[in-house]
Design a protein. Structure first.
Length: 501
């Protein structure tokens, strides 16, 4: 990042929570270690779990040692010297009054000029509480040359109605340009790179349309179960947790038209056009083009794992989906007739997120008379854990094998030096401090996403959509395979035994 970040105080509400420990503090440490944070900078953590400053700093460093991509023990003291801790309940007005006084003191001591980023690393039920307290204690002014911004974690609402209400509450305090709604997938290196891959290569952009592309598959697979998020997950499920945000955002980057320039608003304008083009599905289309599922007991990498309903804090008869798959189309001039298949699931065989673009096959002559049929040409954009691009094409086998076989040209961006690949939150935090909203979702994006997802959620709830079980360690319910098989297609998953998809 060759950017100079302005001085500021980074305030974390929920600083003793899991997200702060796993993502925020390791990201801040890595930005500090690489000299990216401004010289006039401080971190203020607000939480309840830890008793005092000493216990909090010990916990922060333990989290950095466990979750940071690299560690330099010599930086421990200087980094921790940037951090201040306030212990109070978020509904406590006295605590906020003390916080306001401390922020003014830090501004005077560190020269942070009143600039602040407020990061809401708390449950969605507490977003409005924090916003109200910030307003009441005049911690948001955006005057005299100082700025204040707010980073809001997902989920941004539970549906369009709650999202609209939350947005009204936040915009009553912060202007839209100061609201940074997080979808951490947008901070991942290869999704940032997708715009460059598309629009900086004559090899790809001329083929990026319905004339040459047969279908597009977007997958986010998690090997882990629900873990400690059961209470949240019981009210959300895979559709709201991943499809509404991560997968629809990935869709927009694949399907968008070239922006007029690379400014944040130009890029987000084109993403919104994709979301606006998504047509509502009828109840019959939802039954035909969507699949739910829930993981049962099974094995992940040889280790037995429990069924979702046996997880802690999950209802014994829960009907929450841990798997969701959709078939949809983007009915515009570029993409008319091309199916987009989206899927996400927990307790998959391994963790991965990728975009697979399958190109149309040539006419059924010459090599295309071969049995079994030759593999399709694919462009695979690997988002995690590997970050890179693979192109699958066909060639003649060597030696006695004169048949046509698939081979790959594979570029892996983080394989050789994985510790050099920044985590998503490093880029997101730096961009919020800089005031660059490109990798954050604008309100109209959020609204269109919820508008599309709400119809599916309502139909599932009203019609009692089937909830087939799938074994942990599998790729989901059979119904998801049928979603593609009925059209002569299949999900593409990397097969290490033969090196193809």
């Amino acid at each position: 990042m060759n950017r100079t970040l302005p001085p500021c105080v980074f305030v974390i509400f929920g600083a003793t929570g899991d997200l702060a420990r796993r993502k925020l503090f390791p990201a801040l440490y890595n930005l500090y270690a690489e000299g990216i944070l401004p010289s006039r900078f401080a971190v203020v953590g607000v939480g309840r779990r830890l008793a005092d400053q000493e216990a909090f700093l010990a916990d922060v460093w333990a989290a950095i040692e466990r979750f940071s991509r690299k560690i330099n023990p010599e930086l421990r003291e200087s980094f921790l010297a940037l951090i201040h801790y306030h212990r109070f309940d978020l509904a406590d007005k006295t605590g906020f009054a003390q916080l306001a006084a401390d922020l003014r003191r830090i501004d005077n001591e560190r020269g942070t000029s009143g600039n602040r980023v407020y990061c809401l690393s708390v449950g969605p039920d507490q977003f409005e509480i924090v916003i109200d307290q910030l307003k009441e204690h005049r911690l948001v002014s955006n005057n005299d040359g100082a700025w204040q911004r707010v980073m809001v974690e997902k989920p941004f609402g539970r549906d369009l109605t709650t999202a609209t209400n939350l947005n009204a509450k936040i915009t009553g305090v912060f202007p839209e340009h100061s609201i940074f709604r997080i979808d951490h997938y947008l901070g991942k290196e290869m999704l940032q790179n997708l715009v460059a891959i598309r629009f900086a290569n004559a090899l790809f952009e001329p083929l990026w349309n319905s004339r040459y592309i047969d279908n597009v598959q977007l997958s986010v697979a998690e090997s882990e179960g629900v873990g400690t998020r059961a209470r949240y997950y019981e009210s959300a499920g895979a559709l709201r947790d991943v499809v509404q945000n991560h997968l629809l955002q990935m869709l927009t980057l694949v399907a968008m038209e070239p922006p007029v320039d690379l400014s944040s608003e130009a890029i987000r304008d084109e993403k919104v056009k994709v979301l606006r083009s998504l047509q509502p599905m009828t109840p019959a289309e939802i039954r035909r083009n969507t699949v739910r599922g829930q993981y049962g007991a099974g094995k992940i990498m040889g280790e037995a794992v429990p069924a979702y309903r046996d997880e802690l804090n999950v209802a014994p008869q829960s009907t929450v989906e841990t798997y969701a798959a959709l078939r949809l189309e983007v009915p515009n001039f570029r993409w008319a007739g091309v199916p987009f298949y989206l899927r996400t699931g927990k307790r998959m065989p391994f963790r991965s997120a990728e975009i697979v673009i399958e190109f149309k096959s040539l006419p059924g002559v010459l090599y295309f008379r071969q049995q079994p049929p030759i593999a399709p040409n694919l462009l695979v954009i690997k988002v995690q854990p590997e970050e890179g691009v693979a192109i699958q094409f066909n060639t003649q086998g060597m030696g006695n094998n004169k048949g046509i076989i698939p081979v790959q040209m594979d570029f892996c961006q983080n394989c050789r030096f994985p510790s050099q690949s920044p985590e998503a939150y490093e880029r997101l935090i730096a961009d919020a401090i800089l005031g660059d909203p490109t990798l954050f979702t604008r309100w109209d994006e959020v609204a269109h996403q919820w508008r599309y997802i709400d119809q599916i959620a309502a139909a599932w709830a009203e019609n009692g959509a089937e909830l087939p079980l799938y074994s942990a360690g599998s790729w989901g319910p059979e119904e998801a395979d049928q979603l593609l098989r009925r059209e002569g297609r299949r999900w593409h998953v990397y097969q290490p035994q033969n090196g193809s998809y």
